[in-house]
Design a protein around this ligand. Sequence first.
Ligand SMILES: [Zn+2]
Length: 121
Amino acid sequence: MTIDSDRFREALLEERTRVQAALENLREETAGTLSDDAGEESAYDNHPADTATETYERELDYTLEENSEHVLAAIEAALKRIEEGTYGTCSNCGKQIPEERLEALPWATLCIDCQRDLERR
Ligand SMILES: [Zn+2]
């Protein structure tokens, strides 16, 4: 069975555009928040509680950004595998990854068995 990699390439490219846009939004928001805060801090006395909440929210943004970057790297790797002709093959056991799995997770590198093995360890 050969995988229709064109179909998955399109899905991956679409997802990449979406993640890149999300990352850009996130970065703009973070940059905006940072400069706003700097202005406020010099003008007013901040309540410690407010500062703590803001720090927490900013950390949440950074985690989101990290996740998005991780997904983006996985998408790039999957696109490379399509070019190399190794897309859809489990990188651990070399078996074909079922198309249903690739539809759910187009950048998957492991078949479901190997993924479960990995999670069990
Ligand atoms: Zn496998």
